[in-house]
Design a protein around this ligand. Structure first.
Ligand code: CP
Length: 302
């Protein structure tokens, strides 16, 4: 089976650092046209702006051709074609598949039936490992290292797949975690068990403000409306946090605010012009990181 990227656990610490180093090279040389003979497929069963477009930009900058769909309504899935058959077909057309799908475990299943590498671009509330690599790239770039950092994660820690992937990755670098969420959206028990097993300390809180001064990274997240079984429950928590520039008065000089985006109300517009705002740069880093992921996985299949 070719090497795929479905969970951040598919990569060792050494492989993660190698991909981040590759991404740094691509930032210096953003159009090396290394993959002129390759085809990349992006198949998105859920909406996306950044992940799909940055993977497609990455493929184009590497000289590959890009095929795919972002509207499943225009595919044969509407005629009843299974995910298995869809993946088998696309793996006959492309050298690498990027998939986003609402079902947890769907990307793993896709990798098991594909003859080419598969990248999980988000499977339900489970994992989003390419986002994690660009988050790590952004953290390393702004803090100059990844070790022993104070990471405060805020918002929808229950359904936020970027949170789940990132905390697993940062556990490799001895991070100190603070999880800020309303009671309805606290981090699932399995991730707390994971941190306990790694002997990593963490605290949980409903209040954001007291935790800002100690943070190196403030990782804000959107409340994931689309994952709530009951819309009334979403209404109760949708505006749990709203970070404003005023709240940053006591922060460390080099503290940076990350957000996988899109944002709704959790970061006020007046934060955008502060030195702490890094979320748009973070999204740009996604192109270099995804160039690195594509080249690394295709290199492994040679
Ligand atoms: N960060 C992220 O996954 O954004 P999109 O949903 O726009 O791809």
């Amino acid at each position: 089976m070719p090497k795929s990227l479905i969970s951040i656990h598919d990569l060792s610490k050494e492989e993660i650092v190698h991909i981040l180093d590759l991404a740094a090279q691509f930032e210096q040389s953003p159009s090396p046209a290394l993959l002129n003979d390759k085809v990349i497929a992006t198949i998105f069963f859920e909406p996306s702006t950044r992940t799909r477009l940055s993977f497609e930009t990455a493929g184009n900058r590497l000289g590959a051709r890009v095929i795919g769909f972002s509207d499943v309504g225009n595919t044969s899935v509407t005629k009843g074609e299974s995910l298995k058959d869809t993946i088998k077909m696309v793996s006959h057309y492309a050298d690498l598949i990027v998939i986003r799908h609402p079902l947890e475990g769907s990307a793993r299943w896709a990798s098991e039936v594909s003859s080419v590498p598969v990248v999980n671009a988000g499977d339900g509330a489970n994992q989003h490992p390419s986002q994690t690599l660009l988050d790590l790239y952004s953290i390393r770039k702004t803090q100059q290292h990844l070790d022993n950092l104070q990471l405060t994660m805020v918002g929808d820690l229950k359904y936020g797949r970027t949170v789940h992937s990132l905390l697993q990755a940062m556990s490799l670098f001895n991070a100190h975690f603070t999880f800020v969420a309303p009671p309805e959206l606290v981090l699932p028990t399995e991730y707390k068990h994971f941190l306990h097993q790694k002997n990593l300390d963490f605290i949980e809180s409903c209040d954001l403000l007291p935790h800002i001064p100690k943070s190196d990274i403030l990782y804000m997240t959107r409340v994931q409306a689309e994952r709530f079984p009951d819309p009334i429950e979403y209404e109760k928590v949708k505006n749990s946090y709203s970070l404003t520039a005023f709240m940053l008065q006591q922060c460390k000089p080099n503290m940076k605010i990350l957000h996988p985006l899109p944002r709704v109300n959790e970061i006020a517009d007046d934060v955008d012009n502060t030195p702490q705002a890094y979320y748009f740069d973070q999204a740009r880093n996604g192109v270099y990181t995804r160039m690195a992921i594509i080249t690394y996985l295709l290199d492994q299949t040679k």
